[in-house]
Design a protein around this ligand. Structure first.
Ligand code: NAD
Length: 357
């Protein structure tokens, strides 16, 4: 933590999507480092939510605004004057993207384009990390994990929106934030970050496996309904990719041009588990729970998604440090603490400190 803390101390950092699951964790880490944090996002959607539990509204410079509104976004950037930007605001749910594809496309594509344009017009951001997803890769049923240079492609509306966001990021990087013009016509380096399915305390989103399990066990009768027991996912604790984003933004800030571009931050091979395997592990740790399968046609989701993170390992010295058991135990400890009425800020800080040390 010390290296990261020393770097972020006093830095002006904007986090979009800070009212969401990953954004709230990231904002808390940055605040703990002593950064001057601002945030742009919609009001939190779920009750409860991590943004409220961590009392972020009172600890950072908070803006409830829509990233589809360029004028507003630019106003906020001009006011907050960030040196570093993490863009996490998005409609992140595959199944919801089938119900509202236009909203998903507008938010994820135009939200990204608006942010990059605002950064360009402001001109003083040094480092921007834009979060996309492991679902940007064209799934050709490869026997190996996806590398950063693999072909992109998205079958469902969410994946399509993030692929388009990647293309916007790449074209903006080449047209306006090109490494050859760095220090001449601009001072900004931009990267995109692709991670897998993250788990961790404080997520109550709909249609996500861990929140569904947690709600059923701690709030209902312990029976979980799942749709795709055989789907394999890259499960990782939320702190793992967040550390990758923090390391990446630091390198970009320091003007290291080779760090612009796409980055994978996936878990180790043993963390690739099917939904069914993850459920069984979770029930084992909690000592209770059962599930049934409810198939629903028409909402296709990719089966197997594996990320190759060799680039991050080699160049950023980043590696996933938790195996799936550790990631799950930490997640379930967090929720157990919350449902037992313990101090959530304390639990969150303890987990951040133990992870970074
Ligand atoms: N959670 C995962 O497993 C996962 C995996 C891969 C990638 N991601 C990506 O990480 C990022 C954060 O995901 P999350 O899990 O924290 O999601 P989340 O739903 O918890 O949070 C989304 C955030 O985006 C904000 N947002 C949504 N629409 C907006 C709009 N129109 N204007 C302004 N803000 C808006 C919300 O207010 C919220 O703060 C997203 O870009 C997502 O695609 C998440």
């Amino acid at each position: 933590m010390k290296g990261i803390k020393d770097f972020y101390k006093g830095k002006r950092v904007l986090v979009t999507g800070h009212t969401g699951f990953k954004g709230a964790w990231l904002a808390r880490i940055l605040l703990n480092c002593g950064a001057k944090v601002s945030g742009v996002a919609l009001k939190p959607e779920t009750r409860p939510n991590l943004f409220g539990l961590l009392r972020l509204k009172y600890k950072l410079s908070n803006h409830f605004a829509d990233v589809r509104n360029f004028k507003k976004l630019k106003e906020i950037i001009l006011k907050e004057k960030p040196e570093i930007v993490f863009h996490l605001a998005a409609q992140p749910l595959v199944r919801r993207s089938y119900d509202d594809p236009l909203y998903t496309l507008e938010t994820n594509i135009m939200g990204t384009a608006n942010l990059l344009q605002a950064i360009k017009e402001y001109g003083r951001v040094r480092s921007a990390v834009i979060i996309t997803t492991d679902k940007v890769y064209k799934n050709k049923r490869l026997s190996r994990a996806f590398k950063e240079e693999d072909e992109l492609g998205g079958r469902d509306p969410y994946s399509a929106s993030k692929v388009a966001a990647e293309i916007v990021i790449d074209s903006h990087s080449r047209s306006f934030f090109g490494v050859q013009d760095y220090g001449v016509s601009h001072k900004t380096l931009v990267a995109s970050a692709r991670a897998g399915n993250v788990i961790g305390g404080g997520d109550w989103s709909e249609d996500r496996l861990l929140p569904d399990i947690v709600k059923s066990i701690f709030e209902h009768d312990g029976k979980v309904i799942i749709r795709n027991p055989g789907h394999v996912r890259a499960w990782q604790h939320v702190l793992e990719p967040l550390r990758g984003y923090l390391l990446l933004a630091r390198e970009l800030y320091q003007g290291k041009k080779r760090f612009s571009g796409g980055w994978n931050f996936g878990p180790n091979a043993e963390n690739f588990l099917s939904v069914e395997e993850l459920l069984e592990k979770t029930f084992g740790i909690l000592g209770r729970g059962s599930y049934s399968v409810k198939k629903d046609a028409g909402k296709f989701e990719e089966h197997v998604l594996r990320l190759n993170s060799d680039k991050a390992r080699k160049l950023l010295n980043w590696r996933a440090s938790f195996d799936i058991d550790k990631a799950l135990r930490m997640t379930l400890d967090w929720y157990r603490g919350f449902y037992n009425g313990e101090d959530v800020i304390h639990i969150t800080d303890q987990q951040i400190n133990s992870f970074f040390s």
